[in-house]
Design a protein around this ligand. Structure first.
Ligand code: AOF
Ligand code: ZN
Length: 358
């Protein structure tokens, strides 16, 4: 099963919004075939594993980190393939959270007389496909906040300066994280102050879609985020409606290939995170990493829409400045927002805390 999960990783960045799936076929104690789901819309892991087998697969044991699908999507059901190949037993990591499958795949196999054991390395299997699970059950993207702060909890100076708080090693890790999310999102303030590219340059893998939350449509058309690849701007209907200047800016962005979407929002340009999340999911984006700044972080924390936290901490003090949840004010410590299951790693001199919002 661990091998399945490793194989499944091969589809990271190219199968979303589908899950990452790996499959291993074992006969007489030896691996006789393996494969993974490599690209959205293409063959599932089981199909690739069977295609790789050089021996007769009848009577074999099949390992797969996700319950085999039981419906016709872009590809035919894997359960039918397993039944046709007359395998002996199927070991499953986790049930498919997709309501179209969710237990029906296992049932179909059992009905055909195939032994099934589900829940093998379930925690690891679920972690691998955490974004898929949220996206397919809630029709919302999986949301992670990526924050870089000082030991005294500051993500920027009062004047907005924040480039760079952490080390080069941390930056490499950030690029690796970017390659694992469908999209990264920043507020217009970050585009203005940092002019980031938000691409993957210091790690392998593809660049994510870049999303700019720009209610007032204030970002410069020449910003680096709009230079290459797919980028999206969300702005407030209330802001752009009556202004000729803003309409011409929209046209310039669209001419550059930037996708622009109006969202219902306040006249000051504040957008509703709930509406934004729904729209992002509708665009087929299953996971998004929020990269700042302070206001956007606060909005996401308060909205309760954040799932995961990647918090880099640099060994330095910055004094007065902005912090991650400035926009939040609690009356009681009991209202504090907890982070679960924290793992710590070191990147150069910096520490990375990865955990989940409770
Ligand atoms: C599997 N093995 O490797 C994957 C599965 O449109 P389709 O045909 O590609 O189906 C997509 C759905 O199939 C997806 O939402 C999920 O429920 C399941 N993915 N299932 O047996 C695989 N990728
Ligand atoms: Zn399938």
């Amino acid at each position: 099963m661990l091998r399945c999960i490793r194989l499944a990783e091969g589809g990271r960045g190219s199968v979303s919004p589908n899950p990452m799936v790996g499959c291993v076929i074992v006969k007489d104690g030896a691996v006789i075939g393996e494969g993974f789901h490599g690209k959205f819309g293409e063959a599932h892991a089981e199909v690739n594993a069977f295609n790789s087998a050089k021996e007769d697969v009848a009577g074999s044991d099949v390992y797969v980190n996700l319950e085999p699908c039981s419906f016709f999507g872009k590809t035919p059901p894997c359960t039918d393939l397993l039944i046709r190949k007359r395998v002996r037993k199927v070991y499953v990591g986790m049930l498919d959270p997709n309501p179209k499958v969710n237990g029906k795949g296992v049932q179909k196999l059992k009905d055909a007389g195939i032994e099934v054991e589900a829940g093998i390395l379930e925690q690891e299997a679920r972690r691998l496909n955490e974004a898929f699970e949220k996206f397919v059950t809630k029709k919302l993207p999986f949301v992670a906040l990526k924050v870089a702060q000082s030991l005294d909890g500051k993500i920027a100076l009062l004047n907005g300066k924040s480039k760079y708080i952490t080390s080069h090693e941390a930056l490499v890790r950030v690029h690796e994280l970017r390659s694992q999310y469908d999209a990264v999102l920043v507020g217009a303030g970050t585009v203005r102050d940092d002019n980031p590219e938000l691409t993957v340059r210091y790690a392998e893998g593809r660049s994510p879609v870049r999303i700019v939350l720009d209610g007032a449509l204030s970002s410069s058309v020449d910003s680096k985020v709009f230079r290459e690849g797919r980028s999206i701007v969300f702005y407030s209907t209330a802001v752009a409606k009556n202004s000729r200047v803003l309409r011409s800016k929209l046209q310039k962005l669209e001419k550059k290939g930037v996708e622009t979407y109006p969202l219902r929002g306040s006249s000051k340009g504040r957008l509703s995170i709930a509406i934004l999340m729904k729209k992002i999911a509708e665009l087929g984006i299953a996971s998004v990493m929020i990269e700042g700044g302070a206001e956007v972080f606060s909005q996401f924390v308060r909205s309760g829409m954040a799932d995961k936290l990647h918090l880099f901490v640099a060994p330095k003090l910055l004094g007065r400045g902005k912090s991650l949840a400035d926009g939040m004010e609690l009356r009681n410590l009991s209202e504090s927002i907890g982070i679960d299951n924290i793992a710590v790693e070191r990147n150069g001199v910096d520490y990375l805390f990865t955990g989940y919002f409770k």
